[in-house]
Write a protein that binds this ligand. Structure first.
Ligand SMILES: *Cc1c(COP(=O)(O)O)cnc(C)c1O
Length: 854
C-alpha cells in the first residue's frame, strides 16, 4: 500500500440555496448550540458520527446527490436560514458586557476596550484537538463565556499539526501514542489574509540569520476570535516547520522556540489582526500559565523601539496591563529552562532586538542559579496575578513567597479566581430540555430545579446513564478490536455495564498526583464493590499520560490489566483516547464523579463541576474547588490523611476511606428506592447539587470575577500609566530606582509604646511611637505600620493585623511616627513596626518585594 505523505481537504462549495450553512459551520458557536448540531446531524446522522462531529469533514464526504436533495428541501432550507439568522442575532447582541460598560463609562471608568488572552492550549471542541487537559479546556471555556457575555477578548495560541497525541491501548494494556496530522483545511479555521488577499506571515528573527515564520489561522468562537500560529509553511526551513508540530512534545530546545512563537509571535499576530480588521488594540494582556510569558518582553520591545522608553519604564507600562494566572502547585508542572538555552535563543539581539538580555534573564531568576523560571517571569511581568481556587491562591502565596521576601504569606500579591465551566458546552441536551420544560415562559435558572418532581429528575438521570452505557459498549468494542481481538470473541462487550448500576467516573490526565490507581490499593476490596450482590458499582476510567511520563503509563497499564479480568470486565472499563466528546458523555452519564488527588496539588479541577451541572454527585478529596464548595450535602468528602508523611501509608488511609464511603454511604443511598423505584435521598442530593453548585461553577461567574477583579483595574492602571507619553510609567520607574537604591539603609531606629492603662486591660489603648530613617526618601514614599497580634512561643505573629502610623514630626532624615492600637483580645500581645514603599501607581504595596522591619 502506498502511503500519502500529506493529506489535504478539498473544501466544497455549497449549492447557493443552502450556502448560509457555511456561516453556521465556520463560527464555532455550533459547538454549544444544540439546534445547529442537530441541523448538521440531519444532513446524514451516520456520517456525522463517522466524521467525528466535524461539519467540514461531513460536507467533504456527504454525497453530491444528498446535497442537491437538501438544497431542494424547503424544510432544510428554512432550518439553515433560521440557524444563520440566530447566529447573526447572537453576534449582534452586546451582552452583559455592553450594559456593564455603559454604566462604567458613565462613571468615567470604561471597561477594557479589548483583552488579549494567551494560552499554550485551547480545548474548544474535539474537532480542534489543540489541548491536553484542564488548562486547555479552561481556556476554551473562558473564550466561550467571554463570547456569551460580550467580553471583547482575542485568544492567542499555536496550531499544533498533530495536536497532543491520539491514545490507544496495546494488547497488554500499555498506552500507545500516534500523531495523526490534522489538516487545518479540514477544520473550521480561516487563514488570516491581508488587504491584498495574501496570507499574513508573522516572523521572528533567530540566531545565525534564521527566521521563523508562521501563518495565522483564525477560529471564530462566537464573538471571540482565536488566533493560532502555525509554522508548518514553505517559507520555513525543514527544522523550523516542525516548531508547531506537537503540543508539549520535543525537548526543551524545541519548547523554548514554541514559547517564543506563542509569546512574541502572538503579540505580532494580534497587531496584524487588529490592523487587518480595524479592531482596537488590547488594553489588557492575560497569560494563562507561564508558557506565553515572552508576550510581555515583546511588548517591552515595542515600547523601547517604538516609543523610546527605557527597559525599566517599558517594564512598568507592561506590568500594569498584564494579568498572570498560575495553574499548578506541582513543581514539575512549572515551566523552566536552562538559562543558557534562553540566552542561546535570544543571542545576537535578534528575537527581541534592543531588550537587554541580562534584564530578561533576571526576570526568571529562581533558587537554582542556572535555571530560568517562566512562572517567576510571569509574576515579574504582571502587576496582577491569581491562582485558580481559594485554596490554590493560598498554596501559591506560600509557594511563591520567596519572590516577596519579608512579607507574610497572606500579603503575597496573588489573589484567586476559582475556575468555572461553560454550561452550554458541558450540560447534556436532555438536562436543558427538562430545564426549559420546567421554566415554561419563565427564564431558565438553577433555582427551578426545586420544582422538578423527584420522579422526573430520577428518570433524567436514568436516561443519561442509559446513554453512557451504550457509549461505553461501543467504545469497549472498538478498543478491544484495536488491541488485537476479533469481533467473534467480543460478544461480551454488548453486555458491558448495566444501565441500572451505580456508575462512577474518573477521567483526567494521568500525572502521579491525580492518583489514577488509588482505587487499586486493595484490589480485593475493589472487586467486592464491583461485584456486590445488592449494591454493585461500575467504574469508567479514561485519561492520557504524557508520552514521556513512564510512571503515568505504568499506572494506565495496571488499571487496564485489572479491568481485563473476565470476572469483572463488565463492571470496570478503561476507555482510550479521552477527549472532549468522550468527556461530555461521561459527565452526563456518571452518577458519581470521583477525584482523589494528593491534596493540595489539584489547583482547581473542573471535571467535577461539569459532572455537577448534569446532576452527578462529587466524591472527592477536599482539594481545589471542592475545598471551597463542598457543603456537606452536595456530595461527599473523602477524608484526607494530611500530615501523614509516609506516602504509602497516606494512600492506604485515603483509599480505605474511599472504600468505606462507597460501601457504607454512596451505594446504599443510590439503591435505597421506595415503592415507586425512586431513591429519594439520592435525588434530593442531585437536586441540592444543581441548586447550590450551579450558579458558582459556571464560567460566566468566572468571567465576571476576572472582569471585576483583574481586567477592569488593569485597564484603568494601564491608561493612567501611558497617558502623556507614558509619564506615569516613567515616573514610577524612576521612583522604583530611587527606592531600591535607598532601601538598604531605610530602617526603623527604635519603637516604643505606652498604654493609657498601666495594666493593659482589655479595650485599653496602646500608643506606639517609632523613629525611622528614610535614607533620603520622603514620608510620602513610604508607609509605616504597626504589625501586631498574638505572638507564638517564638514571638512570631502568626495572624498579624496592621495599623498605619502617622508622621508626627522629624528632624532631617529622622522621622517620627505614631499610632494607637486597641488591645481588643486578652492574653499575649506582641507588636513590631515596619516600613514599606508606597506609591499610588503600585497595584500592591508588596509589589517591589521591599520591606524593612524593626
Ligand atoms: C474538564 C476536562 C479536564 C479537566 O479535568 P480535571 O478535573 O481538571 O482534572 C481534562 N480533560 C478534558 C477532556 C476535560 O473536559
Amino acid at each position: 500500500m502506498v502511503k500519502a505523505i500529506r493529506r489535504l481537504t478539498v473544501r466544497i462549495s455549497l449549492p447557493p440555496e443552502i450556502s448560509a450553512l457555511n456561516d453556521v459551520i465556520m463560527n464555532l458557536r455550533w459547538v454549544w448550540h444544540e439546534p445547529a448540531r442537530a441541523l448538521f446531524e440531519s444532513i446524514d446522522p451516520q456520517l456525522w458520527r463517522a466524521c467525528g462531529h466535524n461539519p467540514i469533514r461531513l460536507l467533504g464526504e456527504v454525497s453530491a446527490d444528498r446535497l442537491t436533495a437538501l438544497a431542494a428541501d424547503e424544510h432544510f432550507k428554512r432550518m439553515v436560514d433560521g440557524s444563520a439568522a440566530d447566529l447573526r442575532d447572537y453576534l449582534d447582541d452586546r451582552g452583559w458586557y455592553g450594559a456593564a460598560n455603559d454604566k462604567a463609562t458613565d462613571a468615567g471608568t470604561p471597561l477594557p476596550r479589548q483583552i488579549a488572552y494567551f494560552s499554550p492550549e485551547f480545548g474548544i471542541t474535539e474537532v480542534l484537538p489543540q489541548y491536553s487537559g484542564g488548562l486547555g479546556i479552561l481556556a476554551g471555556d473562558h473564550l466561550k463565556a467571554a463570547s456569551d457575555l460580550g467580553v471583547p477578548i482575542i485568544g492567542v495560541g499555536l496550531l499544533y499539526g498533530a495536536g497532543y497525541f491520539a491514545q490507544s491501548l496495546s494488547a497488554d494494556g500499555g498506552q500507545r501514542e500516534t500523531y495523526p496530522h490534522h489538516d487545518p483545511d479540514g477544520m473550521p479555521l480561516t487563514k488570516m489574509i491581508d488587504a491584498a488577499g495574501d496570507p499574513v506571515l508573522i516572523s521572528i528573527d533567530l540566531p545565525e540569520d534564521q527566521v521563523l515564520h508562521a501563518q495565522v489561522w483564525r477560529a471564530q468562537v462566537g464573538r471571540v476570535p482565536l488566533l493560532l500560529l502555525d509554522s508548518d509553511i514553505e517559507a520555513n526551513s525543514a527544522a523550523l516547520r516542525t516548531v508547531t508540530d506537537r503540543l508539549y512534545g520535543g525537548g526543551k530546545d524545541h519548547r523554548i522556540v514554541q514559547e517564543l512563537l506563542l509569546g512574541v509571535g502572538g503579540v505580532r499576530a494580534i497587531r496584524a489582526y487588529c490592523a487587518v480588521t480595524g479592531t482596537a488594540a488590547p488594553e489588557v494582556y492575560h497569560t494563562n500559565e507561564g508558557h506565553a510569558g515572552f508576550q510581555g518582553l515583546e511588548r517591552i520591545r515595542e515600547l523601547m523601539t517604538g516609543r523610546g522608553l527605557r527597559f525599566d519604564e517599558a517594564l512598568q507600562a507592561v506590568r500594569t496591563s498584564t494579568v498572570f494566572t498560575t495553574h499548578t502547585p506541582v513543581p514539575a508542572g512549572i515551566d523552566r529552562f536552562e538559562k543558557s538555552l534562553l540566552i542561546d535563543v535570544l543571542r545576537d539581539d535578534r528575537a527581541l532586538p534592543g531588550v537587554p538580555i541580562d534584564q530578561i534573564v533576571a526576570l526568571g531568576d529562581e533558587a537554582d542559579p542556572a535555571v530560568f523560571n517562566m512562572a517567576h517571569m510571569g509574576f515579574g511581568l504582571a502587576a496582577r496575578a491569581n491562582g485558580v481556587s481559594q485554596l490554590h491562591g493560598d498554596v501559591s502565596r506560600d509557594m511563591f513567597n520567596s519572590l516577596w521576601p519579608g512579607f507574610d504569606r497572606g500579603e503575597v500579591p496573588i489573589g484567586s479566581v476559582t475556575n468555572g465551566v461553560h454550561a452550554a458546552t458541558w450540560v447534556a441536551p436532555q438536562v436543558f430540555d427538562l430545564a426549559r420544560r420546567t421554566a415554561g415562559d419563565r427564564p431558565v435558572g438553577f433555582d427551578l430545579i426545586e420544582q422538578v418532581p423527584a420522579r422526573e429528575l430520577w428518570e433524567l438521570r436514568n436516561d443519561l446513564r442509559d446513554g453512557l452505557v451504550s457509549d461505553v459498549r461501543r467504545r469497549v468494542f472498538a478498543s478491544s478490536l484495536q488491541r488485537g481481538m476479533t469481533a467473534a470473541e467480543l460478544g461480551w462487550t454488548s453486555s458491558v455495564f448495566d444501565p441500572n448500576v451505580l456508575t462512577i467516573g474518573f477521567a483526567r490526565r494521568v500525572p502521579s498526583y491525580k492518583r489514577l490507581t488509588l482505587m487499586l490499593r486493595d484490589p480485593e476490596r475493589l472487586r467486592a464493590l464491583l461485584l456486590h450482590p445488592d449494591h454493585p458499582v461500575q467504574i469508567v476510567l479514561a485519561g492520557k499520560s504524557h508520552p514521556d511520563d513512564g510512571g503515568g503509563k505504568e499506572l494506565i497499564r495496571q488499571m487496564v490489566r485489572f479491568a481485563d479480568d473476565p470476572e469483572i470486565r463488565h463492571r470496570i472499563v478503561f476507555l482510550p483516547d479521552y477527549d472532549i466528546e468522550m468527556a461530555r458523555e461521561l459527565y452526563a452519564g456518571c452518577d458519581v464523579w470521583l477525584n482523589n488527588p494528593l491534596r493540595p496539588l489539584e489547583a482547581c479541577g473542573t471535571s467535577g463541576m461539569k459532572s455537577a451541572l448534569n446532576g452527578g454527585l462529587n466524591l472527592s478529596i477536599r482539594d481545589g474547588w471542592w475545598d471551597e464548595m463542598y457543603d456537606g450535602r452536595n456530595g461527599w468528602e473523602i477524608p484526607t490523611a494530611d500530615g501523614v508523611e509516609d506516602p504509602d501509608r497516606r494512600d492506604d488511609l485515603e483509599a480505605t476511606a474511599l472504600y468505606d464511603l462507597l460501601e457504607r454511604e454512596v451505594a446504599p443511598l443510590f439503591y435505597a428506592a421506595g415503592d415507586d423505584a425512586v431513591p429519594t435521598g439520592w435525588v434530593d442530593m442531585v437536586r441540592h447539587t444543581i441548586a447550590s453548585l450551579g450558579p458558582k461553577v459556571i464560567a460566566t461567574r468566572m468571567l465576571n470575577d476576572y472582569v471585576r477583579a483583574l481586567y477592569a483595574p488593569s485597564a484603568l492602571a494601564a491608561r493612567a500609566a501611558e497617558r502623556d507619553d507614558f509619564a506615569q510609567a516613567k515616573a514610577l520607574a524612576a521612583w522604583c530606582n530611587k527606592v531600591r537604591a535607598a532601601w538598604p539603609t531605610v530602617r526603623v531606629a527604635f519603637a516604643e509604646s505606652s498604654s493609657d492603662d498601666a495594666d493593659h486591660g482589655l479595650g485599653s489603648h496602646l500608643n506606639v511611637r517609632a523613629e525611622v530613617h528614610l535614607a533620603g526618601l520622603s514620608p510620602d514614599d513610604v508607609l509605616v505600620q504597626v504589625v501586631y497580634g498574638k505572638p507564638d512561643d517564638d514571638n512570631e505573629l502568626r495572624v498579624p493585623a496592621y495599623a498605619q502610623m502617622q508622621p508626627v514630626g522629624g528632624d532631617g532624615d529622622d522621622h517620627w511616627y505614631a499610632a494607637d492600637v486597641v488591645l481588643d483580645r486578652q492574653g499575649a500581645f506582641g507588636y513590631t513596626v515596619r516600613i514599606l514603599p508606597q506609591n499610588a501607581a503600585l497595584a500592591s504595596s508588596a509589589d517591589l518585594g521591599l520591606v524593612s522591619t524593626a
